[in-house]
Ligand binder design. Structure first.
Ligand SMILES: Nc1ncnc2c1ncn2[C@@H]1O[C@H](COP(=O)(O)OP(=O)(O)O)[C@@H](O)[C@H]1O
Ligand SMILES: Cc1cn([C@H]2C[C@H](O)[C@@H](COP(=O)(O)O)O2)c(=O)[nH]c1=O
Length: 230
């Protein structure tokens, strides 16, 4: 009679000591803060950075150099809170700008206006997975047409946490999830504050789009009529 064969999934009784591969650097974190304009994304980012700094961690904050609203040397919230920052065209230049030694010393990196950085995904991967940094990212999830904005949504799969903030609808005071553009400019990227944008609830976003669309077609038909004027 053949001897019984061992079960396929046998567990060895005496397990030899298995070396787990040592990771070359400690693991970092990625935290994402999104929402419409005026929702408190920059305020939340600055509070978190401040708290990390108070806990003795070395911090740096980066913003896009496209946003020149308050100068390039600081991040400023809509109600005036401020922190010094690096204003950059892209994130890949950060290590070289700050210097490799200073970069190695950093524990926490804050990124504001993340929608303007094309290399956001690669930077977050490198900084958190390989360099052990805690990266806190704040940015618009959607543009004025509620389309995904830049690479912000691409980094959700990299994130330890995601927070969607809301503002107050300027027309009714309810929770605002979207940003309405009040002007007729159509480019995706258009730097501005309350003179160009307002936070709105779903109802007023839909109503606003209808009103803006109607105003645009009136203006266009006027232009056509003028074109036929002699
Ligand atoms: N309609 C609004 N809803 C909420 N906050 C507003 C509104 N308008 C102005 N604010 C101000 O904006 C601040 C948030 O600013 P900020 O952190 O810069 O927002 P975000 O970075 O999301 O645009 C609020 O604390 C409030 O004082
Ligand atoms: C909706 C929308 C916004 N922007 C610009 C306008 C501001 O300069 C920033 C957002 O600043 P905040 O800190 O979130 O208030 O983004 C844009 O270029 N295009 C848009 O559709």
């Amino acid at each position: 009679m053949p001897s019984p064969r061992p079960p396929i999934f046998s567990i060895p009784i005496r397990q030899s000591h298995i070396e787990t591969p040592q990771s070359s650097s400690p693991c970092g974190e990625v935290h994402v803060i999104v929402g419409p304009m005026f929702a408190g994304k920059t305020t939340t980012l600055l509070h978190r950075i401040q708290a990390e700094s108070n806990n003795g961690r070395t911090v740096a904050v980066i913003k896009s150099n496209k946003d020149t609203r308050y100068g390039l040397d600081s991040i400023v919230t809509h109600d005036g809170m401020k922190l010094p920052c690096w204003a950059l065209a892209n994130l890949s230049s950060f290590r070289q700008k700050i210097g490799p030694d200073a970069y190695d010393q950093l524990d926490v990196i804050g990124i504001d206006e993340a929608q303007f950085f094309e290399d956001l995904y690669d930077f977050c991967c490198e900084a958190a997975d390989h360099d052990g940094k805690t990266v806190i990212v704040a940015g618009l999830d959607g543009d004025y047409l509620r389309r995904s904005f830049g690479s912000v949504l691409n980094i959700i799969p990299l994130a330890n946490s995601v927070m969607k903030l809301t503002a107050r609808c300027e027309l009714c005071g309810k929770r605002a999830f979207f940003t309405l553009r009040k002007t007729d400019e159509t480019e995706t990227e258009l730097i501005g504050g309350a003179e160009v944008y307002m936070p709105v609830c779903r109802q007023h976003y839909v109503d606003g789009q209808v009103v803006i669309g109607a105003a645009r077609s009136v203006l266009e038909s006027k232009k056509l009529q003028c074109g036929t004027c002699t």
